[in-house]
Design a protein around this ligand. Structure first.
Ligand code: ADP
Ligand code: MG
Length: 580
């Protein structure tokens, strides 16, 4: 249960404000997160970590000397947006290039990759290593697809120590990749967590039972048993991880017993007592054990064990002193504090090119359409959350709600400043992507921008222009997200929507009629995703459990195009009766 907040939708933002107020000695606020408040040597590789909020001390609490240079802090459990990541990277960059590292989740990959592309396009060198330590999330022969949990600390620390030691960007990347290859984690939980303002936990574990193979976002576990004794839990965790001991590992290992939020330190020490015995019994040399909270999941009662297998280089790097708000090792020589104000990175050019009269009239319809989208998402927010909680992380409703509300505000502002339809919709697209975060936020940004490009700012677009925009949206989403029809994503609704729209327009239907027929096709296709097993995105790990429930992203897309169809139909009939 989360008890204290003002407005749940402001939770992440206000949390960051307070965190910075409490830790100004270490961090300062920038667009999208925090960066060190101390000066780093010129030419040092900047290590930027991040992900959703709700995992403290990951990620903001790990910013400081010897560890991250910056952390992007997304909304609760939602990937930061491309714009947020880009802004934090820009503010961290110190002449040595940027090294990005984060847990391997679909939404984070989409957004961090886009930010990397943008940085490189500006001539800033940038490399990425995703953290894939959770052995329960995919088999060993697909280790690169695993998700990242508490083991991120080892990869971040290795990269940061390498940067501190003066490694070049390619060498930092190599060391971080090695650390990730040498790091394995496994987690369990006894209760789920409840996001601020939610009346239900993201998942429940029956009383007296323990979920096995748990993630850090309330993704349901893969298996379940009775709650074991502390020693039995230690045996379970150690045996699973020793079974995946890297072939090249020597005997040195760093164990990290991580608390996920409401398992007490005292309980973890009892578990750790047995873990240490078991590791020593098989001849391992325990180095610098960690027992505490490094990556939490709000108030979830759970714990995970990470084993980090050292070699000479990793062992040396591990000695680097660290001083951050939440994590200290050894003692650092204090660096100078930054005297100048933090760099403000502005989202986009605020100057709005005016549209012509025809396009300004269409911009009003764009605003009304976004308003209709807001209304349908508001009405369905809980249902979308429930659908996403079955195989994903439960945030699809709130993410879409946040994105659409931001889009409406941006569309109103742009149209109010005289923008044409294309500019109005492209501002809405950027605001949606920036505020929603997650996979769906990035994808809706791509879709709306593609349509906006066809609307333009001159004259009224005809039905063919709209159908062309939707076809471009469909193409760009599959290029960007790499999902195909049948993978159980929003692509399953988007493709039939786009193709039906094309066919109807080509056959001479009006935009309204074509759109409504296409929306009906999207609705049927979204419902049919209930029979599919997820193959892409966060839900992939829990593919089987999604059977019987439609894909939340496909469902929300169907709701949205239906609401816009209803709006067009209402406008057409009003226009029709006015002419009559
Ligand atoms: P997240 O998965 O980051 O929590 P959301 O819960 O908001 O994001 O959105 C989940 C939806 O996003 C899924 O139901 C699916 O429709 C869509 N999605 C995820 N990954 C992809 C992808 N690669 N291509 C197309 N759609 C995707
Ligand atoms: Mg989700």
């Amino acid at each position: 249960m989360t008890r204290l907040w003002n407005d749940p939708s402001a939770f992440a933002n206000e949390m960051i404000d307070g965190f910075v107020a409490a830790h100004g000695r270490y961090v300062r606020r920038v667009t999208g997160g925090v960066v060190r408040s101390t000066v780093s040597p010129a030419g040092q590789v900047a290590v930027v970590v991040g992900g959703g909020s709700g995992h403290y001390p990951s990620f903001g609490g790990l910013v400081g000397q010897g560890l991250a240079h910056g952390a992007t802090m997304g909304n609760l459990f939602a990937s930061p947006s491309t714009q947020q990541i880009y802004a934090v990277a820009k503010a961290s960059e110190n002449g040595g290039g940027v090294f990005l590292s984060y847990g391997n989740y679909a939404g984070d990959v989409l957004n961090f990759d886009a930010a990397q592309t943008r940085l490189r396009a500006e001539g800033i060198r940038c490399e990425t290593v995703t953290v894939t330590d959770d052995i329960s999330s995919a088999p060993a022969d697909e280790a690169h697809t695993r998700r990242g949990i508490a083991g991120g600390l080892t990869v971040f620390r290795t990269a940061a120590a390498a940067a501190e030691a003066g490694y070049s960007l390619p060498d930092v990347t190599r060391a971080a990749r090695l650390a990730n290859d040498r790091c394995r984690s496994f987690g369990v939980a006894f209760t789920g967590c409840t996001l601020p303002g939610a009346d239900q936990p993201l998942f429940r574990v029956p009383e007296g039972r323990m979920a096995i193979g748990l993630g850090i976002h309330g993704e349901a576990g893969l298996d379940e048993t009775d709650v074991p004794t502390a020693d039995e839990l230690a045996e379970l965790l150690v045996s699973r991880l020793l079974a995946e001991r890297p072939a090249s590992a020597d005997a040195r290992v760093v164990p990290i017993l991580n608390g996920l939020g409401s398992v007490k330190y005292e309980e973890m020490f009892i578990v750790y007592r047995r873990i240490a015995e078991l590791l020593e019994a098989v001849g391992l040399e325990i180095v610098d054990p960690h027992v505490g909270e490094y990556c939490t999941s709000f108030d979830m009662a759970g714990t995970s064990l990470t084993l980090f297998w050292l070699d000479d280089e990793l062992a040396d790097l591990w000695e680097t002193p660290v001083d951050t708000p939440a994590y200290r090792r050894g003692s650092v020589v204090r660096a100078q504090q930054h005297a100048d104000a933090p760099v403000a990175v502005v989202a986009r050019d605020e100057v709005i090119a005016p549209g012509d009269e025809g396009s300004r009239a269409v911009a009003k319809t764009v605003v009304a359409a976004v308003q209709a989208i807001v209304e349908t998402l508001d009405a369905n927010v809980d249902e979308l959350g429930r659908m996403d909680a079955i195989a994903g992380d439960g945030d699809h409703g709130i993410g879409m709600q946040r994105g659409s509300h931001a889009a409406l505000a941006a569309a109103l502002a742009a149209a109010g400043a005289g923008a044409g339809a294309g500019t109005t919709l492209s501002h809405a697209a950027d605001a949606w992507a920036d505020r929603a975060g997650g996979s769906s936020g990035a994808l809706w940004g791509v879709m709306l921008r593609a349509v906006a490009a066809q609307l333009g700012d001159q004259g009224g677009p005809d039905a063919a222009a709209v159908a062309t925009g939707v076809a471009a949206a469909s193409r760009e989403v599959t290029d960007y997200g790499k999902a195909e029809v049948g993978d159980k994503t929003l692509v399953d609704a988007l493709v039939p929507f786009s193709s039906t729209l094309w066919q109807e327009v080509a056959a001479g239907a009006s935009l309204t009629d074509a759109w409504c027929a296409a929306a009906a096709a999207a609705t049927r296709a979204a419902a049919a995703t209930a029979d599919l097993i997820s193959r892409v995105g966060r839900a992939r790990t829990h593919g089987q459990s999604s059977l019987g429930t439609p894909d939340p992203g496909a469902h929300s897309l169907a709701l949205i195009v239906t609401a816009v169809g209803d709006l067009l139909a209402a406008r057409t009939s009003v226009a029709g009766s006015a002419h009559a």
